[in-house]
Design a protein around this ligand. Structure first.
Ligand code: GNR
Ligand code: NI
Length: 174
């Protein structure tokens, strides 16, 4: 297991469309292990493979509370079905858009069909935070970030802040 670097917007890699996985092999499992460790170390509740630069349709998630037992969920080739026509609003954040938060509306419930860590076919019904988070992660697989749903003005303010943060972290003072 290893902690990998999380890519930060603006970064063209984050805009790539991820490719389906043929078969869940040891390589995919070890990628999922690294993703989970990286996500936990960054205090996130979800992570898509593209956020560590791997364009595969793989997501890891754990929405258990801090004091609860860890309950990781692994999604390979997830497909969203039966999206509710009613929407819920959540304040979203993203590990690739650090320290920026904004309200986003998404279908309140949905079903997800996917392969698990062992390549086994599964279907789950999601509501609440799970529904929001899986839709946020599915967007990453299409190269979409939550800031894309904001007004042009709000989005540009956030992207400018991120570019500034990046520049200052690249500037080495000797
Ligand atoms: O850690 C995360 N928290 C979060 C909060 C509200 C809605 C979505 C998320 S996902 C985010 C981790 C992340 O960037 N996943 O791609
Ligand atoms: Ni994200």
């Amino acid at each position: 297991m290893a902690i990998r670097e999380i890519l930060i917007e603006p970064n063209r890699v984050l805009r790539q469309v991820s490719k389906p996985v043929d078969k869940v092999t040891k390589d995919e499992q070890s990628l999922m292990d690294d993703m989970l460790e990286t996500m936990y170390s960054a205090n996130g509740i979800g992570l898509a493979a593209i956020q560590i630069g791997v364009p595969k349709r793989i997501i890891v998630m754990d929405i258990s509370k801090n004091d609860q037992k860890k309950t990781p969920i692994y999604f390979v080739n997830p497909v969203i079905k039966n999206k509710n026509k009613e929407f819920s609003t959540y304040e979203e954040g993203c590990l690739s858009v650090p320290n920026q938060f904004a309200e986003v509306d998404r279908p309140a419930t949905c079903e997800i069909e996917y392969l698990d860590y062992y390549g086994k076919h599964k279907i789950i019904k999601a509501n609440g935070l799970l529904a929001t988070c899986i839709q946020h992660e599915m967007d990453h697989l299409e190269g979409i970030l939550f800031i894309d749903y904001l007004s042009k003005l709000k989005k540009s303010i956030i992207v400018k802040k991120l570019s500034k943060q990046k520049k200052s972290s690249e500037t080495l003072v000797i």
